[in-house]
Design a protein around this ligand. Structure first.
Ligand code: CAA
Length: 388
């Protein structure tokens, strides 16, 4: 029985900073960002948006016409959690009106945890094929100002409905994993921004790709040439381009510029405009591929490389289902990106520095988001979410 991704939807904030604006403020050549790291814009969450509101906005379109009734589990992947104890997914469960018999849990391992959620979801559905599992991945990527990581910020959420006989991508059971205890990127509990050893992190990313691929090859009959496309974890577009060249070289494949373009460029389009969304980024890359492919991808195999700093990595594969085009949310996604507002550098700094109240008093938050869900207040240390 086939199991996999039945539907995919993403959400990002209505606000973005163009990296040209950042470059101008920093007196840097904009090509360092546009070409050097391969990014153009980065999403900035409004004061009344967070991982919960973005996740609910991403998932809502998948629950039309009673589709939520068969959802038995909601798995919430994030590395920018809002609570040390309560799963962010429990708020999403209420906002979406899911059944009180639906279990909810939050998963963490840097940018990798959405892939753990996807694999767990496939296993749950394989045991009970009439059920569905909702996987949501949601993150706000934040680095300190005036650090090399600053231009690789962003925010976004993705929702994947996992079912038997999926309409988009069948996920193969074979996976290759790699885990190593390293300090390339981390965020201690007392910090709002991540710490990163940037150059080291890019080296560990490539090492993990090699190791996960080698492990994958021991369990799967698929070779490099069996894949039509590759979705890589996307901290920034240039990382995926480098990773793909590296994987081709490991497999002694002479990758022409046309092949490189065909195999990965469509996966980069949405992320180039959103920035890093950590756990969500590879799956927003998948939506970008499926929705922007210049010809039908039906029957093609996709190779996925998921990477979470710290680190855990996984290479796995999937096959695009015949007729997948009918079930995409292409127009809504494009409208969402086209309707966004550019921020000036000062407006960006205001959002970046927006107070994060921790005193237990009542704080109303300004109604700014254009999304369906918002964080209306933080009161007595409780977050109050509303449907707009
Ligand atoms: N025109 C064109 N290209 C230019 C340029 C210009 N004017 N100026 C610089 N460049 C190029 C450089 O040559 C370089 O290219 P190569 O990588 O091909 O050599 C590229 O732009 C980047 O410039 P720098 O080497 O000067 O690098 P930097 O100091 O800006 O930092 C970074 C880059 C380390 C990746 C930094 O952005 C960072 O720390 N990012 C956050 C960490 C990260 O994303 N790591 C990725 C792996 S970890 C992971 O994947 C998990 C996760 O999500 C965080």
């Amino acid at each position: 029985m086939s199991v996999g991704i039945d539907e995919i939807s993403f959400y990002t904030s209505n606000y973005y900073l163009d990296l040209r604006t950042l470059a101008e403020a920093q007196q840097t050549d904009p090509d360092k960002y546009y070409v050097g790291i391969g990014q153009e814009k980065m999403g900035m969450a409004a004061p009344d948006e967070d991982i919960v509101t973005m996740a609910a906005n991403a998932a809502m379109p998948l629950l039309a016409e009673g589709a939520g009734e068969r959802v038995t589990t909601l798995l919430f992947a994030t590395e920018t959690g809002i609570d040390q104890s309560k799963a962010a997914g429990v708020y999403v469960h209420r906002l979406l009106g899911l059944s009180s018999n639906c279990r909810v849990v939050e998963l963490k391992q840097a940018c990798y945890s959405a892939t753990a959620a996807l694999q767990m979801a496939c296993a749950l559905v394989a045991r009970k094929p009439d059920s569905k599992v909702l996987v949501v991945a949601s993150d706000v990527a934040r680095y300190d100002l005036n650090t090399p990581g600053e231009a690789t910020q962003g925010c976004g959420a993705v929702a994947l409905m996992i079912s038997a006989k999926p309409r988009l991508v069948e996920i193969d059971p074979e996976v290759g994993n790699y885990t190593e205890d390293v300090m390339d990127f981390w965020r201690p509990n007392y910090r709002a921004t991540a710490l990163v050893d940037g150059k080291y992190s890019t080296k560990i990313y490539l090492k993990s790709l090699k190791k996960a691929w080698e492990n994958f090859r021991t369990v799967s009959a698929l070779t490099f040439n069996d894949f039509g496309h590759f979705c890589y974890h996307l901290p920034f577009g240039r990382m995926a381009q480098k990773a793909h060249q590296y994987l081709a070289k490991l497999n002694k494949s002479a990758l022409s510029p046309e092949q490189q373009e065909y195999q990965i460029e469509d996966t980069l389009l949405y992320n180039r405009a959103i920035g890093n969304s950590y756990t969500a980024s590879m799956y927003i890359g998948l939506a970008s591929l499926l929705e922007n492919g210049k010809r039908s991808l039906a029957g093609e195999r996709i190779g996925f490389f998921s990477y979470g700093s710290g680190c855990v990595a996984e290479f796995f594969s999937g096959k695009v289902v015949e007729g997948y085009e009918r079930w995409l949310h292409r127009d809504r996604h494009r409208q969402l990106l086209d309707a966004r507002q550019a921020l000036s550098y000062d407006e960006y700094l205001q959002l970046y520095r927006y107070p994060d109240p921790r005193d237990g008093e009542h704080h109303d938050l300004p109604a700014v988001t254009t999304g369906r869900f918002r964080l209306a207040a933080i009161s007595h240390h409780k977050r109050e979410y509303v449907v707009c």
